[in-house]
Structures are given as C-alpha cells and as structure tokens.
Ligand binder design. Structure first.
Ligand code: PLP
Length: 427
C-alpha cells in the first residue's frame, strides 16, 4: 500500500539530510534488524568495544598496577567520567559521580536526604515510576518505621498521563522528599523539572529525579534549576553496555551533608589508602560512592559519552524529536487511522515528550512477539504497551518507515494472532 501523504522516499530524503547519519556506522547495527530497544539496552559502539578491549589489555599487562598506570588508570575513572557526564546534565564536575546502579544510588541518596523529622515524614512519588525506585522508597519508609501511608503516589489522570498540577497539589507540609522520573519509562511523558523543582523548594521540600530515560537523548540543566539530586543508568541512550555503572548528582549546596551510606570509595582520594577510621569523605559528590567500581562495566562510559559530545546533545535531541514525530505520524496514518487498532500514549507536544513512543494495542503481547520474529525489536511493558525508541546516533528514518510497514502488515494479515497471549518472563 502506498500513500500520497507519507512515502518511503520521504524517509530516504530525511536520512540524506541528517547531519548525524554518519554516526550509525560507528555502532554495531545488525543487518536485517530494526532495533527500537535502545531505551532498554543501547547498541555497542566500536569505540565502546575498543575501550573495553583496552581495559582487558591493561588488566593483562598491568595487573594490580592498572589502578594507577596504563592508558586510563582505573582509580581516577569515576572522577574522569563524572566530569564527562557533568556537561550532559548541566552540572559542575564535582557534583557528579559514576558509581553503583540506579537503584543503589537512589538508596544512597534517600539515606542522605530522607530523614523524617517532626511533621515532614512523607515521600512523594508517582505510581508510574519504575518499580525499582518505588521499592527503594518503600524500603526507606520501612527502615524508619514509617507507615506505608507515608509514600504518596500520584496516579495518572483521565488522559493516562501524570498531571504536574496533581504533583504540585500533593506537595504539602508533611512531604520531606519528592522523587520523580525525568521521563516516564512507560508513557514517554517528559516532566517539567524546572517547574517542579521551583514548586518543591517554595515549600521547603527536597526534590530528586531519575534521569534513566533522558540521559544521552535530552540535555539537562540540573544545577541551574536547583535540582537537589539525580540518579541515572548508562546502559540506555548512553550505550555503555549491559549493567554499566550508573551515575549520581548532588547539588553543591548539599555537599556539607555526610553520606547516609558510606564506603571507602567515598573517601577523599588523597587519603583513601591511609585506611583511616572513621571515613574522611571526599569534598564533592564523590563522597556518595560506596565500594570498588566494576571497572569492566565502567570503561565504555567514557567512549560513549565522547560520541554523544561529538554529535552534540542539542543535535541529538532535535533529531530524536523529529524521529518520534515521524514515527507517530506513520503509526497514526498507517495503523490507527487505518482501523488496525491501537493508540499512542506519549504526549504530542515536543516539550512533554521524551525519546520514545508508547504504542498501546490490545494485542501488544502477540504483536511484540511477531515483530521480534521478523527482526523488529521494540519492548513490551504490561499490560498493553509496546515502546519504540529511535536512538538518534544509530536509528535511521528508513528504519522507522520499515518498522511501521511491518506493524501494519502484521496487523492487516492478522499473523500476530498465531502467537500466544502469554507474556515472556523477560520482555
Ligand atoms: C527509570 C528507571 N529507573 C531505575 C531502573 C533500574 O535501574 P538499575 O537496575 O540499574 O538499578 C530502570 C531500569 O531500567 C529504569 O528504567
């Protein structure tokens, strides 16, 4: 089926005029695969591969001396990577640390910032946040013997999205800390961090954000807008590998606080090997590091951040918005308006949309399986969401066109119905 409104030639033309198109060759894009799951696990770049190989060589050649010698001494890696990350999120280098996982960093920061006292005992979050974050918050309430009712969860409104007005209305005098994502992992809704930070601070509330679904695809200004703390992973749009070491940011105004969880990698670097007790903490966000960083899961971060810097985060965001707009238009035209079902949950407006499109369809489980079988890789989030993330550094407009044509064909022929409606354990 062809359409006068949208044509494959348009996609090819968009690719031809795309200043970032050449970055695709610097990644391992598998032939015959249309990969849309870069917001779950980003693809391997050739420079990330080289960084990992270099670390293996350093281990081989230098053994324990690799901590202080070799092309990229491991001991100073968290600082070096913190500095590289800082510009991406709009922080000072000393406000950023590369360490732990998103979840463990949230624990470290809740242990620092959630100190229920007097009438300020509550944590304000939302029911659509990634479950691991909610588990972390819930466990801190339990540690403080606070009742479950002290976790206030804002749910979606009638549009299926989270209303920022609802969040602001819930910022009452008994709230100690607010924790929200920058982009909701399922719907792709982008939060107005500046507005919510301002509203929280007007009420004397500390606010932190999980940047997992925006880092590497959206630039932030966390310092200037006064965000108190943030956490993120490096395995989605940053493409630093499965389980890559995560990151955290703490605004400099809080650097006088003692880390709520302490470990020796949070030491003042000059004194770490004095093995002093008690801890002499670093004078920066490095004090929130805990134990030895997993070096082989850390080294690719630098190579990946350099690629992002070379492309420029503003150019990446601009292409991401164009690509999600194109994807939305094609899905609407060829699938939804063609009577094949489904709807798009992600906001239309650029300033409310993150890097992916959430397509909801009653047959999402079956469609997801059928798509994977023919080499189109979205991911499924229950109950009915298929997420499609074009990653500007390696997804082409042609990929988007081709994927939508496959979706249309499967739904038209009903071939997806051959698949079971049972979910896979990991999908
Ligand atoms: C928004 C968000 N927060 C937290 C996590 C959990 O991260 P980790 O397993 O690195 O702790 C994820 C995982 O995908 C996520 O998407």
């Amino acid at each position: 089926m062809t359409s006068d409104k949208f044509t494959r030639a348009q996609a090819l033309e968009l690719d031809k005029n795309d200043d970032l198109a050449a970055f695709r060759d610097r990644f391992y894009v598998q032939p015959g695969v249309l990969y849309f799951d870069g917001n779950s696990l980003g693809l391997l770049s050739k420079s990330a591969e080289a960084a990992i190989q270099q670390a293996v060589e350093a281990w081989k050649s230098f053994a324990v001396d690799g901590w202080t010698h070799g092309p990229d001494p491991w001991f100073h890696l968290p600082e070096k990577l913190g500095t590289l990350t800082a510009s991406l999120i709009g922080a000072h280098p000393y406000e950023v640390s590369v360490s732990g996982s998103t979840t463990s960093n949230l624990h470290a920061l809740l242990a620092t910032f959630y100190r229920p006292s007097g009438s300020r005992t509550k944590i304000l979050a939302d029911s659509e946040n990634f479950p691991s974050d909610l588990y972390a918050m819930h466990s801190h309430l339990a540690l403080h013997n606070r009742p479950e009712t002290d976790l206030i969860l804002i749910g979606p409104d009638a549009t299926g999205l989270i209303s920022e007005d609802d969040i602001v209305s819930a910022m009452t005098d008994d709230v100690a800390v607010v924790v929200l994502p920058s982009v909701w992992y399922k719907s792709g809704q982008l939060v107005d961090m500046e507005r919510l930070t301002k509203e929280a601070h007007r009420r004397g509330i500390v606010i932190g954000f999980d940047l997992a679904h925006s880092i590497g695809v959206i630039g932030h200004h966390v310092h200037d807008i006064g965000v108190d703390f943030a956490i993120w992973c490096n395995y989605k749009y940053v493409s630093a590998g499965p389980g890559a070491t995560a990151g955290l940011y703490v605004h400099e105004s809080h650097h006088d606080l003692a880390p709520g969880l302490a470990g020796w990698f949070g030491s003042d670097k000059e004194r770490q090997f004095n093995m002093e007790f008690p801890l002499a903490p670093a004078a920066s966000a490095r004090k929130w590091q805990l134990g030895t960083p997993p070096i082989l899961s850390t080294v690719a971060i630098g190579a990946s951040l350099e690629l992002i810097q070379e492309a420029g985060i503003a150019a990446i965001r601009a292409k991401s918005l164009n690509q999600t707009t194109f994807l939305r238009q094609l899905l609407e035209h060829f699938v939804i308006e063609a009577g094949l079902g489904g709807q798009i949950r992600t906001p239309r407006e650029d300033d409310h949309r993150g890097g992916h499109i959430a397509f909801e369809h009653e047959d999402a489980v079956q469609l997801g399986k059928a798509l994977r079988d023919v080499g189109v890789v979205p991911d499924f989030r229950p109950p009915v969401t298929l997420r499609f993330a074009p990653v500007p550094l390696y997804t082409s407009y042609q990929d988007i066109w081709d994927a939508v044509m496959v979706i249309r064909d499967l739904l038209q022929n009903g071939r997806h119905r051959q698949y079971s409606r049972e979910r896979d354990v990991v999908s």
